[in-house]
Design a protein. Sequence first.
Length: 179
Amino acid sequence: MKENNAGIAVLIAQAENTLRILQENRDFYHHFKEKEFAALGKTTVSAMVLSQLFVDFYTCLETFFFRVSQEFENKLRKDQWHKELLQKMALKIPGIRDQVISETTKNHLSEILLFRHFRRYYFNFDYDWEKLDLIESKYRQVYSTLTSEIEDLSLQPYFQPFFPYKLQKWRHIVVCKLF
């Protein structure tokens, strides 16, 4: 496996940051659903808020996936790189890295990726609630599994020589080793 202590340390920090942002996204989602959505119902405002939550969720993940790709394999074609990046994260690349996400997680995220691309170029205010409900279902299904998969990166062989504990504990270990 590729050994690069500084690069791995940066990737760990990025994983922690990604998990923090995903948790903030999830917290906002729950707050919105319990308070504002309960009062507003399926309105244009609700659709816009949920759409942006799902777009931000995927964009945060994609940024982390891009960092993983840069650290390990660093090759993406220019055409359809978003889709290729997601597909690569579900691959085990022998001698380079294990898979980052499962095939099931990749399939759920594929739907959210497609929605994000659609949403970027959709400027009307009449949202398809069936589609939003589907994306919300994928978001809810994938969240726990996905965060566990990111946390479990710490168990992969290329991290072991430097960071023998799970992700949540890494920051403490790094600080202790620095001082």
